[in-house]
Design a protein around this ligand. Structure first.
Ligand SMILES: *[C@@H]1O[C@H](CO)[C@@H](O)[C@H](O)[C@H]1NC(C)=O
Ligand SMILES: *[C@@H]1O[C@H](CO)[C@@H](O)[C@H](O)[C@H]1NC(C)=O
Ligand SMILES: *[C@@H]1O[C@H](CO)[C@@H](O)[C@H](O)[C@H]1NC(C)=O
Ligand SMILES: CC(=O)N[C@H]1CO[C@H](CO)[C@@H](O)[C@@H]1O
Ligand SMILES: [Zn+2]
Length: 593
């Protein structure tokens, strides 16, 4: 169909080429006048304020979409969504939800860094009580889903779908909570394991992190089962028992079991705890975590000759170690705003949709996409805040130190542990290399033999050798940065489905028009790690750290996560339950993931 037009176009070429110079001049003049005319009209039009506003709004809208793409609202076709959704709004259901979460808080499933093997350490037994509680609280879940206990205390449920050709989806949460510091127990407004409900909030350790996620998920499934729902797709639930410690007894074992049952990339996608709903620059954003930083606990060991403290050398092991640590603090990792960072994606969404974002910040974000100078200006603005530095760069913090045994003996040995959170744009190897470079010269100055992860960096030979400096992995728990979950393009289908579900949930929970856009979904860089650090092989990079916890509902009161007065507004729990029902219904129906 388009061929004849092309032929015509080609046909006109020889004509203009053959035209005499004089006709060309005349035509040129006419064109010039026409252009000037058009310019005058356009100028008149754009100088009327309302037209200007109109044009700007069209331009702005297009620009916003380019900055931060948003997806359609996804409303489950299943009529159950409405019936179940209506029931979530009732007083009766509110009571059930309170009981479900309070009961879970009352079983203190604390996890400790020094937990011994499950067969030896009696502290694990609390998890058995927690399982008994779940069995009683969610009868339909336990009579319908199959449950396998992995390494005694981690829970692996399978809710088998009717269509085995659909890839299963993994929904994760953790059972354990960080211990309550005994010295602060009296500072709590309500006893930390009371699960007290004051009419608005549920109080206690785990109320937010992460018993709300686990209970929200089981509640959603229980009420879907009550409504007679049978999923087409298989859903798997994995609840670890030591996320707040190492994950060695829980998620790591769950990962092994799931890899055996479901295979590599056996899941369409994975949803675990993570980003929440909060307000930025006058706009409500949902922030699914799409990456996770890496981790390294570097152990720095210094040894030097001992001896009697009455004839001291100029420097002892402790003195040398101190000097080395000062060198670390004086040389932080450089941080640079990269357009490849997840935080940059978040910023683009702020620029696109933040109603009250300062115009200089917005301009810097928009221009930084093509101007190095603007990118630099953006870095300068944002990196004054250490929290922003931590979102992009590798961070280093000296968290442990140990040395010496007696006040009158020279310390033969001293060590420190330096915690690193590795940027998603870097690697553990790069971090080790930089740390090694940072201390290399000083090791020479102090005449130390320097061995970094088994490699001899400098060998101070006798008689010069005074002692040694050794780098190693303190707890053998280093972790590479997680693969970044795609948020645009054809691989972003899980993200798209999550985005649509977030919007549908948000609207339904507030009685807003179903397919209107009231919340902006922005990819986010979470501050910490989750159990998903063991789940990379289980999906093709499709990990979403999000459970729709509405931080705005806390109303200026801290959530108390990992500290005193942990709590959760009941409305936030109800919205999480609504989110999981919507997610399950949409995912069960979907043929796109
Ligand atoms: C853990 O599970 C194994 C296998 O089911 C069982 O033999 C063992 O007694 C359990 N250990 C504890 C401490 O419950
Ligand atoms: C290192 O060895 C050199 C050569 O033996 C010596 O001059 C210097 O004082 C030593 N440095 C320290 C800090 O001990
Ligand atoms: C870490 O692993 C190394 C090498 O496998 C081993 O020598 C060391 O003892 C381990 N350290 C810890 C704390 O487990
Ligand atoms: C109305 C609507 O869009 N419903 C959708 C919910 O999500 C699933 C999965 O993407 C779709 O199949 C439904 O059509
Ligand atoms: Zn958690």
């Amino acid at each position: 169909m388009s061929l004849p037009i092309q032929a015509e176009k080609v046909g006109t070429l020889p004509y203009s080429a053959l035209a005499s110079p004089e006709t060309n001049k005349k035509r040129g003049f006419r064109r010039l006048m026409l252009c000037i005319g058009i310019l005058i009209v356009v100028h008149a039009f754009t100088s009327i304020d309302c037209c200007k506003e109109y044009l700007r709004s069209i331009y702005r809208k297009r620009e916003n979409e380019q900055l931060c793409s948003q997806y359609d609202v996804l409303i489950p076709d299943n009529p159950l969504w409405k019936t179940v959704g209506d029931s979530i709004g009732t007083e009766e259901f509110k009571g059930r939800a309170v009981d479900w979460l309070s009961g879970a808080i009352r079983v203190p499933t604390e996890s400790y860094d020094d937990l011994g093997p499950i067969s030896e350490d009696p502290r694990w037994q609390t998890f058995g009580q927690f399982h008994d509680y779940l069995t009683k609280a969610f009868p339909l879940v336990h009579s319908t889903l199959s449950l396998t206990k992995i390494n005694n205390y981690s829970l692996l449920y399978q809710w088998t779908g009717t269509d085995s050709s659909l890839k299963p989806v993994l929904l994760a949460a953790h059972q354990d909570v960080v211990p309550v510091e005994p010295r602060t127990a009296t500072e709590w407004s309500y006893p930390p394991y009371s699960g007290h409900f004051d009419g608005t909030r549920i109080w206690g350790r785990g109320a937010s992190d992460d018993k709300s996620g686990l209970i929200g998920l089981l509640s959603a499934i229980e009420i879907l089962l009550e409504g007679g729902f049978e999923p087409e797709r298989t859903f798997v639930l994995a609840f670890g028992c030591d996320e707040e410690a190492s994950g060695h007894f829980g998620a790591q074992q769950l990962a092994k079991a799931m890899l055996e049952i479901y295979g590599r990339n056996g899941f369409a996608f994975i949803v675990d705890e993570g980003g929440d709903i909060s307000e930025h620059y006058g706009t409500v954003f949902a922030a699914p975590g799409v990456a996770e930083k890496g981790y390294l606990d570097l152990r720095v060991d210094v040894t030097s000759p001992g001896g009697h403290s009455s004839i001291p050398p100029t420097h002892t092991s402790i003195g040398i170690l101190s000097r080395l640590l000062v060198e670390f603090e004086n040389n932080p990792f450089p941080v640079e705003m990269s357009t490849n960072s997840v935080f940059y994606g978040t910023l683009q969404c702020y620029a696109g949709y933040g109603k009250t974002i300062p115009s200089n910040l917005r301009k810097a974000i928009v221009r930084s996409a093509y101007s190095k100078k603007a990118l630099k200006r953006l870095s300068d603005m944002l990196f004054m805040n250490p929290a922003n530095v931590a979102l992009v760069g590798t961070t280093r913090a000296i968290d442990l130190i140990q040395g010496g045994v007696k006040s009158n003996a020279l310390p033969e040995q001293a060590y420190a542990v330096v915690n690193h959170r590795v940027s998603t744009l870097s690697s553990v190897a790069e971090v080790i290399e930089r740390d090694t470079d940072t201390l290399k010269a000083l090791a020479g100055t102090f005449n130390l033999t320097f061995i970094s992860f088994g490699e001899t960096i400098s060998d101070a030979e006798a008689p010069r050798a005074y002692g040694s400096l050794i780098f190693s992995d303190a707890f053998n728990n280093s972790l590479a940065p997680a693969p970044v979950t795609p948020t645009s393009g054809s691989k972003a289908r899980a993200y798209e489905l999550l985005s649509g579900t977030i919007q549908a949930t948000y609207n339904a929970h507030r009685g807003l028009e179903h397919d209107s856009h009231n919340i902006v979904v922005a990819p986010a860089m979470p501050a910490g790690n989750t159990d998903t650090r063991y789940y990379w092989d289980l999906s093709d990079g499709q990990i979403l750290r999000y459970n729709h916890r509405n931080s705005i509902a806390f109303k200026n009161m801290a959530s108390g996560v990992h500290t005193v007065d942990e709590n959760l507004p009941i409305d936030a729990l109800l919205e999480m339950i609504r989110f999981f029902t919507t997610l399950i219904l949409n995912t069960s129906e979907s043929r796109r993931v």
